[in-house]
Design a protein around this ligand. Structure first.
Ligand SMILES: Cc1cc2nc3c(=O)[nH]c(=O)nc-3n(C[C@H](O)[C@H](O)[C@H](O)COP(=O)(O)O)c2cc1C
Length: 215
């Protein structure tokens, strides 16, 4: 079983978020965004978008949306900055939980397991098929670090563009893939009257077992 999802990508050009647009109080911004989402008839969600949860050294959970970029017998692979907050959390606690939500299908899939870095070759192979802008961005952006403003990011990008004027960007050492090796996969199918179907697969001593969970 192998699925190559490297070509699944869309450019995000719809909007920005400036300091001037952002109210001082976060709940007001959440309400505004939530109301926008409700008005949007069908959110352009990509089927490979999922939420990844990790925990830090103190056991506090953190989650964020990422794109699944490949899936095979070894596990579920995504790509990111190894020096990001999630990278630090995975170095301290190499476990993760992914949730996929496919609203039109009324389905959810939850996957849990150990997370490991993919080989440098796998990261490099995927890096090379990314659009040039994304490759430059991986060099330019110190993901999860505090920056002064949008101008600082754009200056970092301009420096990177100058650096790679005459040569194709190689895969940065701080960027690459992680593979979540599943130990539990739960499939949830919405059913009438909240009596949903939940089938849970667990890996015990190398063998998957299946059980039904109450909704
Ligand atoms: C639809 C969507 C897709 C995203 N895909 C990725 C991705 O594939 N890799 C990534 O590093 N960040 C991706 N992000 C940004 C992450 O949600 C997050 O902001 C970033 O990885 C920093 O997370 P961290 O500070 O917890 O490390 C995506 C965000 C959204 C909304």
């Amino acid at each position: 079983m192998t699925a190559n999802l490297a070509d699944m990508r869309r450019d995000y050009t719809r909007d920005g978020l400036t300091e001037a647009q952002a109210p001082a109080e976060p709940l007001a911004l959440f309400q505004q965004w939530f109301s926008d989402a409700r008005k949007t008839e069908q959110l352009p969600v990509e089927a490979n978008a999922m939420t990844l949860a990790t925990v830090d050294a103190e056991g506090r959970p953190h989650c964020r949306v990422l794109l699944l970029k490949s899936l095979d017998d070894q596990g579920f692979t995504f790509f990111t900055n190894y020096d990001s907050a999630k990278g630090e959390q995975l170095a301290a606690r190499p476990f993760g939980a992914m949730t996929f939500f496919w609203p039109a299908l009324e389905r959810q899939v939850r996957i849990e397991g150990r997370v490991e870095k993919v080989s440098a070759k796998e990261s490099d192979d995927y890096f090379q098929v990314r659009p040039l802008g994304s490759r430059l961005g991986a060099w330019a952006s110190p993901q999860s670090q505090v920056i002064a403003d949008r101008a600082e990011l754009e200056a970092l990008l301009a420096d990177t563009e100058r650096r790679f004027l005459d040569q194709a960007p190689t895969c940065p050492p701080h960027w690459g893939g992680y593979r979540l090796v599943p130990e539990r996969i739960e499939f949830w199918q919405g059913r009438a009257s909240r009596l949903h179907d939940r089938l849970n697969y667990r890996l015990d001593n190398g063998n998957w077992s299946r059980e039904r969970l109450a909704p």
